[in-house]
Write a protein that binds this ligand. Structure first.
Ligand code: LMR
Length: 322
């Protein structure tokens, strides 16, 4: 045992990758794919342990664990960076700011996205990539068709002030809650409704305790894959290069499957017959857009007017055309 030098040197480098969703989701599959590629390409010098479904840490704890180095890699939703001191990521939560994945990718795969990731470095975190989930549906035990239908409803949100503003602009009472607690909160009536892409709604069985699902596509939910900077910078250079390659290819994989995973989940929810789908007419959608537009201007102080404008420029979003 005490021939320690070699024994220690042969221990694999362990990357604990913690996340809060099910394996069978865009993020879950992306994490598993990264594990496979990272281990293959480093020929076992790196071992990636994926901990899904909040089994290791819930939302808030996982951020703290990353900062402390208790885990090395996470992929939190972009709505969860406020507590880290980088609320600018909440720009992705602005209602209706992206009409499609193509518009969104202009930001996440362009200079605006890169500059945002760079803001993490002073916090001791390296942002490696953006991973897609998708566009959100709104669910409740009552039909949500018009903004007036939200009045007084308790709606679970992630820890984003922009999402808080969004729910308030619709007349609802937002409640921040860890993802792992949402199903039970819906089931017991602690909250009345929530929002998420279909892949999360379905894999957490939220549709079984929500009578109505509005196909509103009112906002986007995606992730930044992040690592502890000290850990990352301390890796042998060839290992880090191999991991960067594995991340690049896993990112392509995760983003390629995201839409299909959400389409499949929506189909499965529909087939279950547990919740009724509500589609919005063009006029109804316009009413949602008008009601929530003020969140864009209200968020300028928190997110930065320049950042919001730079995204409008990339995507062609024009508030005066609503
Ligand atoms: C949520 O809390 O609703 C999402 O951020 C969960 C996730 O990671 O997709």
């Amino acid at each position: 045992m005490l021939a320690g030098g070699t024994a220690v040197a042969q221990q694999p480098i362990v990357i604990k990758f913690s996340h809060v969703v099910a394996n069978d989701t865009p993020k879950g599959k992306g994490a598993d794919h990264f594990k496979k590629l990272a281990e293959e390409r480093t020929k076992g010098r790196v071992k990636v342990e994926v901990y899904p479904n909040s089994q290791l840490y819930k939302d808030k704890e996982e951020m703290e664990a990353l900062s402390l180095g208790a885990v090395q890699m996470l992929a939190p939703s972009l709505a969860k960076f406020g507590p880290l001191g980088v609320p600018a990521f909440e720009v992705f939560d602005l209602p209706f700011i992206f009409d499609s994945y193509a518009e969104l990718h202009k930001v996440t795969q362009g200079p605006v996205g890169a500059a945002l990731l760079a803001r993490l470095e002073p916090k001791g975190i390296v942002g490696l990539a953006y991973w897609d989930n998708g566009f959100k549906v709104m669910s409740a035990n009552k039909a949500l068709k018009a903004p007036a239908d939200f009045k007084g409803l308790k709606m679970r949100i992630q820890s984003s002030k922009v999402l808080d503003g969004q729910m308030r602009s619709l007349g609802a009472n937002p409640q921040v809650m860890a993802f792992s607690e949402v199903y039970q909160a819906l089931q017991t009536g602690v909250v009345d409704g929530t929002e998420n892409p279909p892949s999360n709604l379905y894999t957490q069985k939220m549709h079984e305790v929500q009578k109505f699902v509005t196909l509103s596509d009112h906002g986007y939910l995606g992730y930044a894959v992040i690592v502890n900077k000290k850990f990352w910078d301390g890796l042998p250079a060839d290992v880090r290069t191999a991991l960067e390659g594995a991340m690049k290819d896993s990112t392509k994989y995760a983003n390629d499957i995201a839409k299909e995973e959400n389409d499949k989940a929506l189909e499965a929810v529909k087939k279950s017959g547990k919740s009724q789908f509500i589609t919005l007419s063009a006029d109804e959608k316009k009413a949602w857009k008008k009601a929530t537009l003020k969140v864009h201007t209200d968020s300028e102080g928190r997110i930065g007017k320049d950042l919001i404008q730079s995204i409008y420029k990339e995507t062609g979003f024009d508030p005066s055309k609503l």
